[in-house]
Each structure stands twice: as structure tokens, then as C-alpha cells.
Design a protein around this ligand. Structure first.
Ligand code: MF3
Ligand code: CO
Ligand code: CO
Length: 246
């Protein structure tokens, strides 16, 4: 899973480097797919429940599951959330980031930063002896402390041979509740946050989730393993959480 995570990190770096005004989300999709396949991986979102892309590419008020398209041309000032999964030698890794397109408003950058910050707060509880609800609560407190919304109808999840495994890892909840965390657990922790109201709806294409009030949304996801000593390791961040990100 760590090797899958390293391939995914490289793909995400390549996508980030290509994000600029004028690029289409279909171009970003092809870049991710070619990096993943050149390193022996499979872009496992492709074909997942019929999803057509190798990445999810979700601009602005789109929260997740945007279908890459040559009709979606990114413009200066937008933000773009990229979510991708890699299957390598039978194991999955899952990662998402929100990137600025050219120069963006400070409010948009603050939302992006809060998504990463909230992941870090959750990560502090991704250790033996805590419960899933401790992670959830830490994320929620951070996001709502900034005055943002946390999407309720989409969750993080266990991950391993399958992209989605038990347990669910909500981004809101009560401390001391939920499954007890122990060594060997692998989870995707993925706050999805909104600048306004947290309610979402599904678009006409039956895939994309958008904020009901069309406020901006940001996403930050990593695959995390609980090691034998009970501490977390981020499989999709080869440089660690405080090291260089994509
Ligand atoms: N990578 C997403 C997640 O974080 C799932 C994408 S499902 C797809 O769980 F069908 F859109 F690919
Ligand atoms: Co994902
Ligand atoms: Co996920």
C-alpha cells in the first residue's frame, strides 16, 4: 500500500504541475493515468461502479466525483479538487488535494488550507487507543472553528485490497465513540469542507456532488496506516505530513 501511495503521490504532483488556466480536466485525467500506468499501477477509479475517469476532477462548488471532460476548461481564479486512487500489486491507495488555478482569492486559499489543517487534527487521533469518533470530532471542531461547513453525507473509509472497506470514517462525530483503533488498520481520512452550508446535492450526471448553496468546497485526503507501535503513517505522503506536500 505504501508503494501504491508513492505512485499516487507522483501522479498528484504531475497533475498539480499541469493545473493552469486553459487546461481541461480531461487533460489532467490523461496525465494522472499515464504516470500511474508507467509505474506499474492501475487507476482504480476507472470503471469503479462505472465511473469513466482515472481521477475525479471537481471545480469550485463541486465537492467530489466530477467526471473529467474536455469541455471543462479551468479558468484563472478557480479551485480544482483532484481525487485519485491507485491499485498496485493488489493493494489500493487513495488521495485528494484541492489546487488553485492561477491566482485565487485569499478566501479560497484559506478554505484549501483549512482542509489540510483539519486532516492534521484528525491524524493526531489516528493511533492505537483512540476511536474513529475521536478523528471525526477533531476534524469537525477544526473546520467549524474556522466557520466552514463539513459535508455529512460523504465519509472517509477503510482501505486495503478494496478502495472502500469498513469502517466508515465520518468527518463529524463524538469523541470516545465508534470503532477502537488498533495496529494494522488502514483508513482513508478525507475532510470535505465548504465555505458555506454543508448540504450537497447530486448533479444531473448522477456522479458529481455540489454544494447546495454553490459555496466553494475543498477536499484533502490521505491513506493512513496504523503501525505496529500504534502510531500513524501516511502512505500517500512519502515526505510525511510536515514534509513537502504535492
Ligand atoms: N476516491 C474516492 C474516495 O475518496 C472515490 C471515488 S469513486 C469514483 O473514496 F467512482 F468516483 F471513482
Ligand atoms: Co479519494
Ligand atoms: Co477515499
Amino acid at each position: 500500500m505504501r508503494r501504491a501511495g508513492a505512485v499516487l503521490f507522483a501522479a498528484m504532483q504531475a497533475v498539480k504541475a499541469a493545473v493552469r488556466p486553459g487546461v481541461t480536466t480531461a487533460q489532467l485525467d490523461r496525465i494522472a493515468e499515464s504516470v500511474i500506468r508507467s509505474r506499474g499501477g492501475v487507476p482504480s477509479e476507472k470503471g469503479y461502479e462505472g465511473f469513466p475517469g482515472s481521477i475525479c476532477a471537481s471545480p469550485d462548488d463541486m465537492v467530489v466525483h466530477g467526471i473529467p471532460s474536455d469541455k471543462v476548461v479551468l479558468r484563472e481564479g478557480q479551485i480544482i479538487s483532484i481525487d485519485c486512487t491507485v491499485l498496485l500489486d493488489g493493494y489500493q491507495a487513495d488521495m485528494a488535494r484541492t489546487f488553485p488555478v492561477g491566482k485565487i482569492a485569499p478566501e479560497a486559499q484559506a478554505l484549501i488550507d483549512a482542509a489540510k489543517e483539519s486532516f492534521g487534527k484528525g491524524l493526531a487521533f489516528a493511533r492505537k487507543g483512540y476511536r474513529i469518533g475521536d478523528i471525526s470530532h477533531a476534524i469537525q471542531s477544526c473546520v467549524e472553528g474556522h466557520g466552514y461547513g463539513v459535508v455529512r453525507s460523504l465519509c472517509g473509509h477503510g482501505i486495503g485490497r478494496e478502495m472502500h472497506e469498513d469502517p466508515e470514517v465520518p468527518n463529524f462525530g463524538k469523541p470516545g465513540h465508534g470503532l477502537r483503533i488498533r495496529e494494522g488498520l488502514c483508513i482513508a481520512v478525507e475532510p470535505m469542507i465548504t465555505a458555506g452550508d454543508y448540504h450537497v446535492y447530486i448533479a444531473q450526471d448522477n456522479w458529481a456532488f455540489l454544494t447546495r448553496d454553490h459555496s466553494l468546497s475543498a477536499h484533502y485526503e490521505n491513506t493512513v496506516a496504523i503501525l505496529a507501535d500504534g502510531s500513524p503513517s501516511i502512505l500517500t505522503m512519502p515526505n510525511g505530513f510536515d514534509g513537502e506536500d504535492v
